[in-house]
Design a protein around this ligand. Structure first.
Ligand SMILES: Nc1ncnc2c1ncn2[C@@H]1O[C@H](COP(=O)(O)OP(=O)(O)O)[C@@H](O)[C@H]1O
Ligand SMILES: [Mg+2]
Length: 300
């Protein structure tokens, strides 16, 4: 495969019929706006699948539909979060249930608890899968104290793993932007996911942070065997780490393939890759409609 960028996929994930997310004919509408128009796609176990497309194309809407934030009017979505899990429908399920089923996500706009320490943010992710409820926590039951010790230890390990051990006791809101994005990934990993959904993880980061992020995503994928669904505008990053790419435009899927195939796909080049950024942004000129509130420019 010929791809741009410094990181090259060393090996393809096993091409299997082991499907993690199975999206079939999904349509999502808000009043007169069709955010997703008859979308079908599969994410396979262990792969890094990138979702690209201009602002307003429907990428975040897709993530929100996969994670129970939105319920599409038409179509089906099933999830087999961890190896061997039978596929279950995510439609109508609450976000925290889908998280328990093995899908964890980060947000286009960072959603950390800024007034908690970095470590506490990761601890929150870990504790969300522990058995202690608020009552046992209040009563200080022995197993609750043991779980808390374990959560702190696990949170430190995760912080170390994403290169943030030295920041453990600083307030999350005080960390540089790129580190907050890594912290969000650590918190998501704390929920022990089988699949990680990252919504523009490189947005607002500098080139060195982008490179580190690419390596982190690759490492999460290979060492932890976690599938990664990645929304990202930075094409260098996408082309260097994605095994496959799905391209959305105006809520529809216009292409799907390897990075090399996508880079040379005339439809994609015309709709997204090849045109100057100001022209390419035209279909989504109304960037206020971005549901997460940021108007990510192309190639950012
Ligand atoms: N909650 C919502 N209410 C109204 N419109 C929405 C909502 N969520 C998404 N949309 C619309 O769906 C379209 C796709 O948005 P989005 O999924 O955020 O695109 P992307 O992430 O690709 O930039 C936009 O036109 C947006 O205005
Ligand atoms: Mg978005």
């Amino acid at each position: 495969m010929t791809t741009a960028g410094t990181l090259q996929p060393t090996e393809q994930p096993p091409q299997s019929d082991d499907v993690v997310f199975d999206v079939s004919h999904v349509t999502l509408k808000f009043g007169g706006v069709t955010s997703l128009n008859d979308i079908s796609l599969q994410m396979y176990r262990g792969e890094i699948l990138a979702v690209i497309g201009p602002n307003g194309a429907g990428k975040t809407s897709l993530f929100n539909s996969l994670t129970g934030v939105y319920t599409p009017q038409e179509g089906s979505i099933t999830l087999s979060g961890r190896p061997g899990d039978a596929p279950v429908s995510v439609l109508g399920k609450k976000t925290h249930i889908i998280n328990h089923l093995g899908a964890a996500r980060t947000f286009q706009n960072i959603r950390l608890f800024p007034a908690l320490t970095a470590l506490e943010n990761v601890q929150v992710g870990i504790e969300s899968r522990q058995k202690s409820g608020p009552l046992s926590a209040m009563l200080g039951m022995p197993w609750q104290r043991r779980e808390q010790r374990e959560a702190i230890a696990a949170a430190y390990r995760l912080m170390d793993d994403v290169g943030l051990a030295h920041r453990a006791n600083e307030l999350a809101g005080s960390l540089p932007y790129g580190e907050q994005r890594r912290l969000e990934i650590a918190r998501a990993l704390g929920t022990n996911p089988g699949v990680l959904l990252l919504d523009e993880p490189a947005a607002g980061t500098n080139p060195a942070e982008k490179r580190d992020l690419g390596q982190l995503i690759r490492r999460v994928n290979t060492e932890r065997e976690i599938g990664v669904l990645l929304i990202e505008h930075d094409m260098k990053l996408v082309m260097s780490i994605a095994h496959r790419i799905v391209v959305l435009n105006f809520g529809g899927k216009i292409a799907e393939g390897s990075p090399a195939e996508i880079q040379h796909d005339p439809t994609v080049v015309a709709a997204y890759l090849g045109t100057p950024p100001d022209e390419a942004a035209e279909p989504a000129a109304d960037t206020d409609t971005d549901t997460e509130g940021t108007a990510g420019a192309h190639g950012r």
